[in-house]
Every structure is written in structure tokens, then in C-alpha cells.
Ligand binder design. Structure first.
Ligand code: FAD
Ligand code: SF4
Length: 335
């Protein structure tokens, strides 16, 4: 690891000032569970880090004015276990406790989770491999390499890296917003807009401006979010990233035998380059009874446009199945 300057601000304002003082390559340090990793393998080499892990201003969780508000510094484990999160947003709670390991969740924060980078082995593998995300314009080793874990939705000729996080999938399904603070003041943006598609600029991984800090995430409290779930399919049942995942929410109305969908949310992870909201599949389900056939068709619509490579075609059927399965298990738990 290269030497770097370490700042430990006592307030958010001091953190913003330290980001400015540290220069262009300065990085925020929260739990450090992914930043230190990337520094050790040489993918990140900041001249300075600004440690916000102990900033109390960022560590809060409350229900306020029809919203659940989660500080960016709240730990993944604390948010996952919080009774209001479990009651109002089961999918958010499940997405967190199905992530990483208990030790990592105890250290890692909500802001750090949203800003984690891809696990593409070529990106993390260092210099021998061309990677447009790490070194723009060098090419994409995954295109002709081992692509079993790569994305099938939202890819481009220049990058097929999967977005690795779980939490953002649930946040996108339920219209979460992030609040950010930077040298030019505060602003808010939907989590769905935080990460652009790779296109021909895969090195542009988020839309935060230089010096901006995510301060909190806000989720509107809705009936559909309270009836939600997160299903994650992975190579082993713990401590692994998703091959496919789905955050779903469902409100049904009518007699149990003929209950029709009146509201629905579907977002996918593990199969796409960004957290993937399946709005067309949601729309298609409205007004229909949630039969096995209907759940499968919704899954097929959600995976429309998938472009598999050599070894990741299994993700297309897996994505269909994950959506269908998660919808059906939710509807069974409702009746
Ligand atoms: C073995 C392993 C398995 C994992 N499995 C999963 C998994 O299954 N699912 C999953 O979702 N994740 C998984 N992860 C990733 C893990 O969840 C992240 O490492 C963690 O959430 C990052 O949080 P952190 O607070 O440690 O971030 P840090 O490592 O401190 O920071 C990560 C990035 O976020 C930036 N950042 C941090 N806070 C802010 C902020 N407030 N505003 C703006 N930028 C900020 C930092 O500058 C840095 O670039 C795994 C990680 C490991 C090591
Ligand atoms: S898929 Fe993206 S991150 Fe992986 S090698 Fe290609 S350009 Fe790099």
C-alpha cells in the first residue's frame, strides 16, 4: 500500500473541508471494508483519506414525516436489525443481512455499501489485464475472458461488470433518495440515478460531484414496501455475492382465490451493471391474479433485453426464476 495522509474530522463540515484540502484523489473512508482492500491491491491509490466512520452526524435512523431516514454512517448490521426497518421495509432489512458476513456488516456503512465498486476479477486483478473501468481505453478483458459472473443487462461493448451490492437493489425498488452535501451545498437524487450505465465511459461509476458526501438515505413509507421481500441466489448460502437477486413488493386485493395485484415493485441485482428496476414487469402485473404463469411472465419481462456472453447465459433463466419465485412466495405469505 502506498503512503497516504489520514484526516479524522470531528464534524461533517470539517470532512468537506478535508476533502478539499486533500486534493483530487482524496477518498472518504467509512468502514474501510472495501476501500482498504482496493488500496492493498493497488486499484485505489488516494493521496489522502478522510475518515468519517465515527461522525455521529451520519449515524442516525428515524421515522420522520412519512419517511424512513437512514444516516450514511449507520452500520449495515444495525440497520438490518432495526425493528422499524424490519416492519416497514422487510426487503431492505433482508438485503442487508444477506450481504457479506456479520463481521463485515458490523463495520460497513450504508454510504460505503452504496459506493462499493465492482468485484470483476479483471478490474481487481491489476496490470496484466486490460480494463476500461480501471484504465480507460485499454479494453475489456472480461469480454473474451471468464464471464460467468458478469452482467447480462445494461452492458456495453466496453464493460460487462456486474453491480455487486444488495442494498441498492432494494432501495431502487422502493424509490429511495440519497441526500448529499458538498462544497456547493446540499442536494438530493434518486438512488436509481446514482450509478450511470457503463456505455463507453465505464470508469464513470457514479454521479457524485468532487467533494460530495452522502449524508443519508430517505425511503417513502408505503403499503407495498411493508409487504416486500428480498431473494438472493448465490453460489453458497452465506458470504457470497448474488448470481441473481430480486427485491419485490406486492399488494393484492380481492378474495384469496382471485386476488389481483394492485401494486407491485420489482428490482433485480446480480444480473445487471446497475441496480435494475423492472418497471415494465410491474406494470404488466397490475390487475392480474398472481398465478404461477403470471409470475413467470413478469420474470421474463423483467429479463427482456438480456445479452448473455459465453458462460453467463444461465443468469437469464435464473433471473426469470428469481423474480417469479420471490413474487409467489410473497403472495403465499399474504394469503
Ligand atoms: C468478502 C466480502 C464479501 C462481501 N459481500 C457482499 C455482499 O454479499 N453484498 C453486498 O452488498 N456487499 C458485499 N460486500 C461489500 C461490503 O458490503 C462493502 O465492503 C461495504 O458495504 C462498504 O462499506 P464501508 O463502510 O466499509 O465502505 P468503505 O470501504 O469505507 O468505502 C467504500 C467506498 O465508499 C465511499 N464512501 C464511503 N462512505 C461514503 C459516503 N458517506 N459518501 C460518499 N462516499 C462514501 C468511499 O470513499 C469508498 O470509495 C462484501 C465485501 C467483502 C470484503
Ligand atoms: S467488465 Fe468492466 S470492470 Fe471487468 S474488465 Fe471489463 S471493463 Fe473492466
Amino acid at each position: 500500500m502506498l503512503p497516504f495522509t489520514y484526516f479524522r474530522p470531528r464534524t461533517l463540515d470539517e470532512a468537506i473541508e478535508a476533502l478539499r484540502a486533500g486534493g483530487e484523489s482524496t477518498k472518504l473512508l467509512a468502514g474501510g471494508t472495501t476501500l482498504y482492500d482496493l488500496m492493498k491491491i493497488g486499484v485505489e491509490a488516494p493521496a489522502a483519506v478522510v475518515d468519517i466512520h465515527l461522525l455521529r452526524e451520519l449515524d442516525h435512523l428515524e421515522v420522520r414525516a412519512g419517511e424512513l431516514v437512514i444516516g450514511a454512517g449507520a452500520r449495515m448490521s444495525a440497520v438490518s436489525a432495526h425493528p422499524e426497518v424490519r416492519r416497514l421495509f422487510p426487503a431492505v432489512s433482508e438485503s442487508l443481512w444477506r450481504s457479506a458476513s456479520q463481521q463485515l456488516r458490523n463495520m460497513a456503512t450504508i454510504g460505503g455499501n452504496l459506493m462499493q465498486r465492482t468485484r470483476c476479477a479483471y478490474f481487481r486483478g491489476g496490470v496484466p489485464y486490460p480494463c476500461n473501468k480501471r484504465d480507460p481505453g485499454t479494453g475489456c478483458a472480461a469480454r473474451d475472458g471468464v464471464d460467468g459472473g458478469m452482467a447480462v443487462l445494461g452492458t456495453s461493448d466496453d464493460c460487462i461488470a456486474t453491480y455487486p451490492g444488495d442494498l441498492a437493489v432494494a432501495l431502487v425498488a422502493f424509490d429511495a433518495v440519497v441526500d448529499v452535501l458538498g462544497p456547493d451545498g446540499a442536494r438530493s437524487l434518486p438512488v436509481a440515478q446514482l450509478r450511470p450505465l457503463p456505455g463507453d465511459t465505464p470508469h464513470v461509476e457514479h454521479v457524485l460531484r468532487p467533494g460530495e458526501v452522502i449524508t443519508q438515505v430517505r425511503l417513502p413509507i408505503t403499503a407495498v414496501a411493508a409487504k416486500s421481500a428480498y431473494l438472493k441466489i448465490r453460489p453458497r448460502e452465506s458470504y457470497a455475492f448474488a448470481f441473481a437477486s430480486a427485491a419485490v413488493g406486492l399488494v393484492l386485493a380481492g378474495s384469496p382465490a382471485e386476488a389481483a395485484v394492485i401494486e407491485c415493485r420489482i428490482a433485480l441485482g446480480g444480473v445487471s451493471t446497475v441496480p435494475w428496476r423492472a418497471a415494465a414487469a410491474e406494470q404488466w402485473l397490475i390487475g392480474r391474479p398472481l398465478t404461477e404463469d403470471a409470475a413467470r411472465t413478469a420474470g421474463e419481462i423483467a429479463m427482456r433485453g438480456a445479452e448473455p456472453g459465453r458462460a453467463n447465459a444461465f443468469k437469464v433463466e435464473l433471473g426469470v426464476h428469481t423474480v417469479a419465485q420471490s413474487l409467489l412466495s410473497l403472495s403465499r405469505s399474504e394469503s
